[in-house]
Design a protein around this ligand. Structure first.
Ligand code: FES
Length: 104
């Protein structure tokens, strides 16, 4: 089962084993990660699941779609090259150990 780590702005960490196929917004909510609202339920219309993927894990993430790319232009926290919407990241062996920083 892939393990996912969320880092908070105060450097608290939440680490959880996530079933393969689960999107990482749902996983964050199930784990009680603060700051991942996921208001649209993962249908790419809210951008409240914004995370910063650790640089070392960017290449392991699936390519960004056009809608996700557009939604990242309206996130509240600054967009960076590490920005992704966590509802579009799916737990998999390739992401076992992924580190996601939650915007402040
Ligand atoms: Fe709404 Fe990800 S949960 S865009």
């Amino acid at each position: 089962m892939p393990q996912v780590h969320w880092l908070m702005s105060n450097d608290d960490r939440v680490s959880v084993d996530v079933n393969e196929g689960t999107n990482l917004m749902d996983a964050a909510q199930f784990a009680g990660v603060a700051g991942i609202a996921g208001e649209c339920g993962g249908c790419l219309s809210c951008a409240t699941c914004h995370v910063y993927v650790d640089q070392a894990w960017l290449q392991a993430c699936p390519p960004m779609g056009d809608v996700e790319n557009a939604m990242l232009d309206v996130v509240i926290a600054p967009r960076t090259v590490q920005s992704r919407l966590s509802c579009q990241l799916i737990a998999s062996k390739a992401l076992d150990g992924v580190v996601l920083r939650v915007p402040q």
